[in-house]
Design a protein around this ligand. Sequence first.
Ligand code: AMP
Length: 214
Amino acid sequence: MRIVLLGAPGAGKGTQAKKLIDNYGIPQISTGDILRQNVADGTPLGKEAKSYMDRGELVTDRVVLGLVEDRLKKDDCKKGYILDGFPRNTAQAEALDKILASLGMSLTGALSVDVPKDDLMKRLTGRRTCKGCGQMYNIYFSLPKKEGVCDKCGGELFQRDDDKEETIRKRLDVYDAQTAPLIDYYKKKGILKSVMGIGNIDEIFKKVCTLLVR
Ligand code: AMP
């Protein structure tokens, strides 16, 4: 399974990706996670990326493409992978096709997770992430047992800088303008599958599995 996950910020791509990893034993390649790690580590790349991320804008294609190409060359990608949050615009999608061709691979599917905009706002402003393991919670829908503490690993929960309201509006605008056109891009290639991303997470995951293994 070599797939791209599409969907607005807050659509639940990360959640479904984590379930796919557990179920199929393939790695998730999240450019957002890799960039955040670089910011946390204070690498030169992280320093370059941070100002874009804090504004809710896309980091330059050059930076992101380099990261993805390096990651796809790792051994664990031979059995498949889930690209989460990449590609984010048509130029990245075209570049990805070239990278994959050079590695003798192609995508087996592109999954679009669709969620109405009002729901997205609540999901994003309420989102809290574990510093330790990345597990996500929501102050409106899925509180941890103890406030501010991860149920899974006991790590501290925090609100990502780019989950603040103003940045969220910007991220959703950027999605509409730059990323949403990729739905058509993959539809034309005949590999697009769509799922409604509202309701029970496990029910959504069942539909996702049916769509992807068909
Ligand atoms: P995410 O966690 O995927 O929503 O990403 C958080 C932020 O990281 C985005 O708002 C962008 O600033 C940056 N980012 C993540 N993936 C990409 C990408 N493929 N291209 C450009 N910027 C990205």
